[in-house]
Design a protein around this ligand. Structure first.
Ligand code: FAD
Length: 471
């Protein structure tokens, strides 16, 4: 292969999105990946027993499905097929009851007693604004819908605790919102947590919370397949430990977090910029679990069989208390956990009649605590007999996650804390740019942040195209 015009370090969804954006513009691009398999936190493997396909990192993909960039790519031609469960999300409560996030805001509202009317009002307008934005053929109308969404976001911004207090009084609505807000990896009293809950519910009402048939790896493989069809190349097993080791290229895009950028280029960076990177903060870690099961999870509430994603943790108060305790460094005994039961709707994930379960809870960054028993006790609380269905189990504490993907610093799955400050300044006021000529950051540590959507990589590549290739 001729020397590449651009090099992308890291093959996570943002690295691949950056490489595709460059290749679409005719730039010869090479991706270098440290691990033997591509995809970063979007990979699958038989973690428990033969024939059981588990997702190492991301499991549920509303952000990828709704991604303004991924939506434009012919990923279906490269093997990607989305699986939709009838309801995006279910949330069990004690006593065998539950609440589900349905595709329609009204069907969700119907379960929320006196809170239903307000739920319907908020989320019908949010869903209208977001789908209008996604379907806008022109920038002007897209901005109009983005404006509506922004006004809505601002009107209900702030903490999830405040948003719930102002709008919802029934425990079912409160629990539903709390579970979605906890995806922020922040205590629910923090600014931005309301926004995360509103965004996730809105995505659920617009496109559902789907996932790739056959495993998250299929999304990565489709992105890689399309990239290769454009002439891009990917080399695995190459860990970049110094920027100087790269062959000369007009642009270098790093799908890395600030800590790794410092490691590979620290001596070349101006001290002031390096200081900013050193002060970049990482968030709580994930304690990841996967199970091979002899049968579906025996939920007390039958509604739990309709949703791929399940939030366990109980009420708003219980979820808030757990997230606060993990944030404070002393996780409580009753964790809030996010689960995905892929095999219920995708039989390719497990041998006939068997099932998989994916899940994680938040723990302090780098924590060595073993949360296995506590998470399984929480599942047992809403699904008595669950333990008897376990055939095999994989446990990936924060440090183990980091050993599988260096970007998962201390188990942080979002590429850095996503509090208000680091949402606005991520990772510095240069955002994707760096003080080094032609070197860009393109990981989840740049806007718009964590999650599988590829927008960080796509935006970084567009800037590189303009500045380095005049395109
Ligand atoms: C347990 C877990 C659950 C998650 N759940 C979800 C979910 O359900 N939905 C969702 O949308 N998001 C989820 N996420 C978050 C999502 O996966 C990440 O935000 C996303 O993958 C970030 O993409 P990225 O390209 O920035 O980085 P990554 O996906 O982390 O990729 C970075 C790549 O760079 C490579 N690399 C690092 N250092 C070097 C080096 N020196 N040289 C060469 N290569 C290097 C790594 O090996 C890796 O392949 C989850 C993540 C985890 C870990």
């Amino acid at each position: 292969m001729a020397a590449p015009d651009a090099i992308v370090v890291g093959s996570g969804p943002n690295g691949l999105a950056a490489a595709i954006t460059l290749a679409q513009a005719g730039v010869a691009v090479q991706v270098l990946e440290a691990e033997q398999t591509i995809g970063g936190a979007v990979r699958s493997a038989e973690l428990t027993l033969p024939g059981f396909v588990h997702d190492l990192g991301s499991g549920i993909h509303p952000l990828a499905y709704d991604s303004p960039f991924f939506r434009t790519l012919p990923l279906g031609q490269h093997g990607l097929e989305w699986v939709h469960s009838p309801a995006p999300l279910a949330h069990p409560l004690d006593g065998g009851s539950s609440v589900t996030l349905e595709l329609s805001p009204d069907d969700t509202a119907a379960q929320l007693a006196a809170d239903g009317a307000r739920y319907s009002r908020i989320f019908t307008s949010a869903a209208r604004a977001w789908s209008g934005f996604l379907q806008s053929p022109r920038l002007g109308s897209a901005l109009h819908h983005a404006g509506t969404a922004a006004v809505l976001g601002l009107a209900s911004a702030g903490s999830a605790a405040g948003f719930v207090r102002r709008n919802f009084h029934h425990p079912r609505a409160q629990a539903l919102i709390a579970g979605m807000a906890a995806h922020s990896t922040l205590p629910l009293t923090k600014f931005t947590t309301a926004g995360i809950a509103i965004a996730l519910a809105t995505f659920g009402h617009v496109g559902g919370w789907p996932y790739p048939r056959g495993g998250a790896q299929k999304l990565t493989d489709a992105l890689a397949g399309y990239l290769t069809s454009l002439g891009g190349t990917i080399t695995t097993g190459v860990r970049v430990s110094d920027l100087q080791q790269l062959s000369p290229a007009r642009a270098v895009l790093l799908d890395l977090t600030p800590r790794q950028f410092l490691e590979i280029a620290g001596s070349q960076l101006p001290p002031r910029y390096a200081k900013f990177l050193r002060h970049y903060r990482y968030g709580m870690g994930a304690f990841k679990l996967d199970w091979a099961l002899s049968e579906p999870v025996p939920w007390s509430s039958p509604a739990l069989r309709r949703a791929a994603t399940v939030h366990i943790g109980g009420t708003l108060q219980q979820i808030s208390a757990y997230e606060q305790s993990a944030w404070d460094g002393k996780p409580g005994a009753e964790p809030f956990a996010i689960l995905a039961q892929h095999s219920l709707f995708d039989s390719s994930r497990a041998p006939a009649g068997r099932h998989t379960l994916w899940g994680y809870c938040h723990v302090p960054n780098g924590s060595e605590l073993d949360m296995t028993k506590a998470v399984e006790a929480q599942i047992e609380r809403f699904a008595p007999g669950f333990r008897d269905t376990i055939l095999g189990r994989s446990v990936l504490p924060p440090r183990r996650l980091q050993s599988l993907n260096a970007n998962l610093v201390g188990g942080d799955i979002m590429g850095g804390l996503q509090d208000l400050y680091q949402m606005l300044i991520r990772p510095t006021l240069r955002y994707w740019g760096t003080p080094l000529d032609g070197v860009y950051l393109c990981s989840a540590s740049t806007p718009p942040g964590g999650g599988v959507h590829g927008m960080c990589g796509h935006i970084a590549a567009r800037i590189a195209l303009k500045q380095r290739f005049r395109r």
